[in-house]
Structures are given as structure tokens and as C-alpha cells.
Design a protein around this ligand. Structure first.
Ligand code: C2O
Length: 469
């Protein structure tokens, strides 16, 4: 179920939770808050000769030399995430979670054992996986040690501009504000996958597809950052919590291999306290919030429930190399939509669903609502609502033996559309395919590899609902 707290509620509870957290901290600290042994460093503070990088390269090389049947080999580890190798499959191959509420936890477990294997094969027993802090303007290029063609951390299987260091990740590609602003775990874990996928597709090559992405050594630093964002999301308080009472979330068991090639299992409850249970933290992160799986059903006092306003009667929209505008006739819904867009307590969302393509289109898609005809599509414009790409969902050729799942994204619509609506009584939803790898200020040619199809477009409102316990 979709749920969000409304913004006003969010602001008040944040204040309350912040002071409660301060009290709680001073009371609880003597009872034994564990400091983490391993610190995952920001790669932006490291160089090619830093021990973290030297050890990583050493271990990658050693793992690449292991026989493919060894679960600690580079290819086997990558295959646990996903592989194009034909089955019979090895134990745990193709088990990554995308488009589900297990996205954060599965990848956390995956990195945890990967890190142990790197320690073993580098002989560096204090090693911790660095993170690529791609939200920072100072780190919007692929980290330099991964661009050095003589390093084992390099692969030609990336976008050439990314590898040359001429292409940057624009701030609209890496924007995590929607996910970090979400209060419900189910929303945050869904919305974080949008910038996460955008980075994958922008790096390109192996990284652009689930079955090949974990072969690229940068994959793990990308995910280290995604994992850090889970902690950061939680540390904001305001009612944010892991689904520690959700039986489905807690009930799943996943299989990995440790540094001795021993098969091991983990559940979500084993990874809700990174420092305490898994012994690591991130350089510069706020104090970690320790969550404990409970049997009690906990529900935040207020929920912002996503309620459908209208689904547009459209044939599947096909997007190739050019922007596509879908006119929206709101009819009798116009006033209501306009009121929601303008309201301080409610939020208007545009939801694109049943999105699919035969192959990875290698493009990002910017979405605009109410963009006036002839106006330039600029992510700084008030009509811009967000960007998505296909990663982990919606690409038929990547699904192989797994069940196909179309992609779904939703973006909050800004108040600007209310003005357009009042003036014109109608709106448009515009999807703009973009080649994201342009150096700042430049645009690159957009060439389609695969047609993107959007099955449904709808508008929904985040309505204030009192939750029942
Ligand atoms: Cu499982 Cu970033 O991918």
C-alpha cells in the first residue's frame, strides 16, 4: 500500500522526533551503543594509491583468477546479482531484488559478503568498501582510479565519455530528494531506485543492465552509496522506520557465500543495524538509527495515502528519439486536480505505469507536466517533475528465466501546473528522451536502441488519512 505523511505533519513530527532522539541518545548511550569497526570511506577522499583502492584492485585480480565455479570468483559474485550465462544456474545466481521492498536489504547483504571476500583476497583485513558519493558536484564524474585503462578497476564496457571523464552526472540524474523526503519505507525504497537506475544507465555498458552490471568494479561503490542513503533516510526521523513489523519483509531468507566459500543465509532482520550487526558505518554519516524487528504492528499516526484521481484513456505511448506529449483532458476533474496541486496539505502525483522496452534503451527520460507548447524542456523549469530510466524492471531481454515486471514510476507534480490548468483547462504530460552523458551545458544526440512503451498514465493525490491501529 502506498503511504506518505503529509508535509505539514512531516514538519511537526520531525521536530518532535528530533528532541525525542536527543533525549533518547543521552539515556541510551551508556547501555552500549556499538561503534563500527569498519568505516566505508568516500572515494572522493581517496586516490589510486590509497590502501582501500590498492587492496580492492588486488582482490579483484585474484578473484578474476579463481575458477568460475568458486562462489568467491569475480564472475560468480557478479552472477549472484545477475548473469546472461545460460542455466543450469549456480546457487543464488540472479537473485538481486529490484522493484521490490527488498531492494535495500538484499543489496546490503550482498555487499556485506562481497566485502569479506575482498578482505580475504587482498589480505587487508581492515578493508571497507568505499562509496561513490555521486550526489556531490565534486564527484559527478566516474572516480579517476576507475578510469585508468591500465587498472583492473577499469573496463571498456562503459560509455566512452564516462570512461574518458568528459561526461558528468547531472544533478537531475542523481537527485534523491523524493526518496529522502518520503516518510514511509515502501515509498522511499521505491523512489530511491529511480536515481539509482539513472546512475546505472548513465555509466552505461555493463552497468546499464542488471545481468551484467556487477561485473563492473564501480558497481559495488555505487551500491555502497545507495546503502548509505538507507541510513541517511532513516536518520532523518520524522516517523521513518524500516518495516520491522511486516511479516513478509522479515520472512524472506537469502543465500550468499562467505569468504571461505561457505553457503550462508540472511534475513532482513539481520541487516537493520549496520554498525551493531554488520560492524560497519560510513564516513561522515549521522548517528545510525538502530531498528529492531518486532512482533507488534506499528503504524505511523498519519498516512498520506495515494488515491487515484483519474487514469487517462490512452493507447500505449511510444517514445523513440523525440519527445512525446500526451494531451490530458481533465474534464470535470480539472478543478479538483488544480486544487490538489495548489494545496499545502496534499500532493498531486503523476504515475506512469506498465513501462516496457524490448532492450535497454540506454537513455534517461525526463517527465514534464503542463509544459507549454514550444517551451524548451529544461529540468530547471517549473514543469519538470523527474527523470527515470529502465533498470531492473521493464526490459524484456533482461528477464530470462525470471518473471517479467514492467516498470512504474511516480513523481510529485509542482504547483505551477495549477496556473496552466486554470488558464487552459487542460494539461499535457511530456516525456523527453535524453542522452544523459553530456558534459555540462552540452547536449548529445539521442539515438534510440529500443522503443519505450508507456502503458498507462494516471494522476493520483496524496490524501490525508487517519490511520487505524
Ligand atoms: Cu541490483 Cu544497482 O542493482
Amino acid at each position: 500500500m502506498k503511504s506518505l505523511l503529509n508535509r505539514r505533519q512531516f514538519l511537526t513530527t520531525t521536530g518532535a522526533a528530533a528532541s525525542a532522539a536527543l533525549v533518547g541518545k543521552s539515556l541510551l548511550r551508556p547501555l552500549g551503543v556499538q561503534a563500527a569497526t569498519f568505516t566505508r570511506m568516500d572515494v572522493g577522499n581517496l586516490t589510486a594509491s590509497s590502501s582501500q583502492i590498492v587492496s580492492y584492485a588486488k582482490a579483484v585480480k585474484a578473484m578474476q583468477m579463481l575458477p568460475a565455479s568458486d562462489p568467491r570468483s569475480w564472475s560468480y559474485q557478479a552472477a549472484i546479482h545477475g548473469t546472461i550465462a545460460p542455466c543450469p544456474c549456480g546457487v543464488s545466481w540472479n537473485t538481486c531484488e529490484h522493484g521490490t521492498e527488498f531492494f535495500w536489504s538484499w543489496h546490503r547483504m550482498y555487499l556485506y559478503y562481497f566485502e569479506k571476500i575482498i578482505r580475504r583476497y587482498s589480505g587487508d583485513y581492515g578493508w571497507a568498501l568505499p562509496y561513490w558519493n555521486w550526489q556531490l558536484a565534486s564527484e559527478n564524474k566516474l572516480p579517476p582510479m576507475f578510469r585508468d585503462a591500465s587498472s583492473v578497476l577499469y573496463t571498456p564496457n562503459r560509455d566512452p565519455g564516462i570512461n574518458a571523464g568528459t561526461s558528468t552526472l547531472a544533478s537531475w540524474v542523481t537527485d534523491c530528494s523524493t526518496a529522502l523526503g518520503d516518510l514511509a519505507f515502501t515509498d522511499a525504497v521505491e523512489d530511491i531506485q529511480t536515481p539509482h537506475g539513472n546512475v546505472h544507465v548513465t555509466v552505461g555498458g555493463w552497468m546499464a543492465s542488471v545481468p551484467t552490471s556487477a561485473q563492473d568494479p564501480i558497481f559495488y561503490l555505487h551500491h555502497s552509496n545507495v546503502d548509505r542513503l538507507w541510513n541517511i533516510w532513516l536518520a532523518q526521523g520524522g516517523g521513518r522506520s524500516d518495516p520491522i513489523a511486516d511479516a513478509t519483509w522479515k520472512g524472506k531468507t537469502y543465500t550468499f557465500f562467505d569468504e571461505n566459500a561457505k553457503q550462508v543465509t540472511m534475513t532482513d532482520c539481520d541487516v537493520v543495524r549496520a554498525a551493531q550487526q554488520l560492524n560497519y558505518g560510513y564516513q561522515g554519516e549521522p548517528t545510525q538509527v538502530n531498528e529492531y524487528c518486532t512482533v507488534k504492528f506499528i503504524i505511523p499516526p498519519w498516512l498520506l495515502q495515494l488515491k487515484l484521481i483519474l487514469q487517462l484513456p490512452i493507447p500505449p505511448v511510444e517514445v523513440n528519439s523525440d519527445k512525446v506529449s500526451v494531451p490530458v483532458e481533465l474534464g470535470e476533474n480539472a478543478q479538483h486536480v488544480s486544487a490538489v496541486a495548489n494545496s499545502a496539505n496534499q500532493k498531486l502525483f503523476v504515475v506512469l505505469d506498465n513501462i516496457e522496452a524490448d532492450n535497454q534503451p540506454d537513455l534517461l527520460y525526463q517527465v514534464y507536466v503542463g509544459l507549454p507548447e514550444g517551451a524548451a524542456a529544461d529540468p530547471k523549469s517549473p514543469y519538470y517533475v523527474g527523470t527515470f530510466s529502465l533498470f531492473g524492471m521493464g526490459v524484456h531481454s533482461e528477464m530470462k528465466d525470471r518473471m517479467f515486471m514492467p516498470a512504474k514510476v511516480r513523481f510529485a507534480v509542482k504547483g505551477a501546473v495549477a496556473t496552466t490548468l486554470r488558464a487552459k483547462g487542460k494539461l499535457s504530460v511530456t516525456v523527453v528522451p535524453v542522452n544523459p552523458r553530456a558534459a555540462a551545458g552540452k547536449t548529445l544526440e539521442v539515438r534510440t536502441k529500443s522503443t519505450l512503451k508507456i502503458g498507462t498514465i494516471s494522476f493520483a493525490e496524496g490524501a490525508n488519512t487517519k490511520a487505524t491501529q
